[in-house]
Design a protein. Structure first.
Length: 136
């Protein structure tokens, strides 16, 4: 059984969403297709398509939010890699049983009509991993 179906998107932390959108529109040759606020995470997101792949830009809406803290620690840049899963609860249980530390015990509503869960970077080789399941 395949567990992580595909890379769903790559998340990039940015200080100024408007400036980053202009940069990525030039880089990718097309404008973002969606902008969305995710109050629970304290971010505004902007999504781009690059062929079959997606890039998510994330700007913090509050100075103590996870994206603001990440930028303060490491600067702007890649924040996380997200994988699509068929059943997020099954994958959460599997990863927990494999010894991974999950940042949330229950899936949360994320951007782009997804249920999401994050795997702590300390248990995933220094990479923040996001699991995503499309909300039916």
């Amino acid at each position: 059984m395949e567990h992580l179906l595909r890379i769903e998107h790559i998340g990039i932390a940015v200080k100024e969403l408007g400036a980053a959108e202009a940069l990525y529109a030039k880089l990718l040759g097309s404008p973002p297709y969606k902008r969305e606020a995710v109050e629970s995470e304290g971010v505004i997101t902007s999504f781009f398509k690059a062929g079959p792949n997606k890039i998510e830009l994330l700007e913090s809406t509050r100075p103590d939010g996870p994206i603001a803290r990440a930028i303060e620690k490491r600067g702007e840049g890649i924040h996380h890699i997200a994988f699509e899963v068929a059943d997020i609860r099954v994958e959460m249980a599997r990863l927990k049983a494999e010894g991974f530390t999950l940042l949330n015990e229950e899936p949360k509503r994320g951007a782009d009509n997804k249920l999401v869960c994050f795997v702590h970077p300390k248990s995933a080789g220094g990479v923040l991993v996001e699991l995503c399941q499309e909300i039916a």
